[in-house]
Design a protein around this ligand. Structure first.
Ligand code: ZN
Length: 380
């Protein structure tokens, strides 16, 4: 019982006193628990004087409306449906509070925790938005400087793309100039989201001069600081597809950051259509036996000279599922190739000066080159 008398010698307000025992009597709010303790004090030791200004909370719980207005101003017209509250307190105050709570068996909770909870409730009541651990926005209240910092979670949109041109890369160059699949989709998406920046995450990539046809390649677009989250995906898709850029998107849906890893780790077999050329007339018999020799074979590909700056120089084993001849005309042949994810098709055909073994050129006995190449199906 003497504890109660001692408790009020700390000169805390009712709420901060109640918070010292937050884990005891959990059915009560900290304020009600503090009130109960004050009544007990009054009954046994006479009326207790409660300080007007408490040095731990400094009246912060009476200022929720001020923080609400600051938060609403920072949010402005930004769309969100879920939020999380964070806060910063003076570290000296947190330490002081911890010292007091330690004195009484460390059964309390920090003011930070109570503030986040109480302000979260208040914010939710006034906005109708829901609290979430994976929120659209994080509202950070700095109680030392009375400021609000807003952290906006990026928006992720999944889809597949077709690329019907042979002159643009998948993503932007570092200097950001020139068209890319990323910029042709991203610039339109910025208009639909009010976002600050965008990034395309692809499930692998094709070369600049390779078309992506068939069922398309999976991607996730990440949009930073979107002010509009409820994007009309159909409208966005139609605008990209009508833009005459040679890029077509479909299968759009709202997605998550986890999806990026999932599509990047996917290892789908791919089907290609290649036009192959030779200096001499191509022999159907020889080409057929070349294709047959490679069917279900595992080839060794040392990182091609043309990409060595971007990828580690090592040898990869890749399985060729099949190669079929579609057409032969004089010095050109059209072939269909199905191979394991990550096979370098141009090198499978030209041999890359012996870095790909065996290759179509090495088996055929004459140099074969790729005139053009398209991905026609991703086996997912
Ligand atoms: Zn207080």
């Amino acid at each position: 019982m003497n504890d109660i008398q001692d408790l009020f010698s700390n000169k805390l307000c009712i709420r901060c006193t109640g918070r010292i025992f937050a884990s005891v009597d959990t059915g009560l709010t900290n304020y009600d628990r503090g009130l109960k303790l004050a009544f007990a004090h009054n009954a046994f030791f006479g009326h207790v004087e409660i300080p007007e200004r408490c040095y731990i909370c400094n009246g912060i719980f009476d200022n929720l409306n001020m923080y609400l207005n600051m938060a609403l101003e920072a949010i402005n017209s930004m769309e969100f449906s879920t939020f999380l509250i964070g806060s910063k307190f003076d570290p000296d105050i947190l330490l002081e509070e911890q010292k007091i709570q330690n004195k009484y068996g460390n059964k309390g909770e920090s003011i930070k925790k109570e503030f986040n909870r109480e302000f979260g409730k208040y914010f939710s009541e006034h906005t109708g938005k829901e609290f979430s651990k994976n929120p659209d926005i994080l509202i950070e209240i700095n109680t030392v400087y009375d400021s609000v910092n807003l952290i906006v979670r990026p928006l992720y949109i999944y889809g597949t793309y077709l690329k019907k041109r042979r002159d643009i890369p998948q993503t932007r160059w570092i200097n950001g100039t020139g068209d890319s699949i990323e910029s042709l989709i991203g610039e339109i998406l910025i208009k639909h989201t009010g976002g600050k920046n965008y990034k395309l995450h692809g499930s692998g990539r094709e070369d600049v001069d390779v078309m992506m046809l068939g069922n398309g390649r999976e991607f996730v677009m990440e949009i930073d600081e979107p002010s509009i989250r409820n994007v009309d995906l159909k409208e966005f898709m139609e605008e990209v597809n009508a833009s005459n850029s040679g890029i077509y998107i479909s299968c759009l849906e709202f997605s998550t950051k986890d999806k990026i890893r999932e599509i990047k780790e996917a290892t789908y077999d791919k089907v290609y259509m290649a036009t192959v050329e030779c200096d001499q007339e191509i022999s159907r018999n020889k080409l057929e036996s070349t294709c047959n020799a490679l069917k279900n074979q595992v080839i060794s590909q040392r990182t091609p000279v043309r990409v060595i700056g971007n990828r580690a120089d090592l040898i990869r084993k890749k399985e060729i599922k099949y190669i079929n001849i579609e057409d032969i005309h004089d010095k050109e042949a059209v072939i269909k190739i199905c191979s394991q994810s990550g096979t370098y098709i141009k090198e499978l055909i030209n041999g890359d000066n012996g870095r790909t073994v065996p290759s179509m050129s090495s088996i055929y006995g004459k140099e074969l080159r790729v005139k053009n190449l398209d991905v026609i199906k991703i086996m997912r």
